[in-house]
Write a protein that binds this ligand. Sequence first.
Ligand code: BTN
Length: 323
Amino acid sequence: MRDEQLLELLTERPGEYISGEEISRRLSVSRTAVWKGINRLKEQGYEFDSVTRRGYRIVRLPDRFDEVSLRLQLGKLTSWGQPLHLLDTIGSTQDLARELAEKGAPEGTLVIAEQQTAGRGRQGRVFHSPAGRGVWMTLVLRPQQPLQYTSQLTLLAAVAICRALRDVSGLDIGIKWPNDLLIGNRKVCGILVESAAEDGHVRYALGGFGIDVNVALEDLPEEVRPLATSLRIERGEPVDRTAVVAAILSELETLYHLYNREGFAPIAALWEASALAIGKVVTVKTLQHTMTGIARGLGENGELLLEQPDGSITPVYSGEVGF
Ligand code: BTN
């Protein structure tokens, strides 16, 4: 059975249920094959209402970026997003962006995919990127600052995306050091900045952003569900992904120019204003050990300043924060 045959049956009588039994009879396939076919369509972004004894009904078609309106919206708000590479399925947008950057792609080049099959997060973690449900994108940057400052770009991106998502969704979104965006204590966006350097100078940086815009918890593996949320879950209605991309690029470009003109201090102030744990007791797990202290703010290079019980300040350059 081809997915198209199954879709044809499912869309034959719009709004009505069609039973698994009818599908299996008309397509001459087993009930298990029908169930597997439905699951494949779910992976492509179709949503079903399924009721015992009545069968299946399509309730939502996959959302697709419309390239023309995406270009139009981007063009109105930012000079970034050009050239634009919009793909259906890819392993990771970071990999295509790297290839393009190696071939000399200019700052502002953007790679967006409807779906990633090998999306990755920090520390080699898997990043789930279901079809049509989120914004999975990588932006090519060519920063002038020396290599040791690239972690500042991660913090800059967190501030920019936080502002953009608040603006588009009206939701209360906060930053967890260094680069997760949370609603309540659930993650809605992850940021991964990778860079390539030569003689202490950055050849390019790849800003990888994964935003759970219209993701439903069922789209995610069970183990990450308690930790994740999406704009759609929090708002109770779908959010326009094109508006999300345009708002993010516009904020990023504005803050990046501010950073180039005035350095990291104004970005750090904005970051601290949106950070969730400043002034609170946090636990930081690094590769070597776990520390507890009060998060006091950011140091000059974007490190977290942790006040220890004896009043001394320890800078933390990498680790996982819990609070
Ligand atoms: C994290 O939470 O640890 C970072 C997640 C970064 C995910 C984005 S999605 C677009 C880009 N492509 C990837 O493979 N990863 C980043």
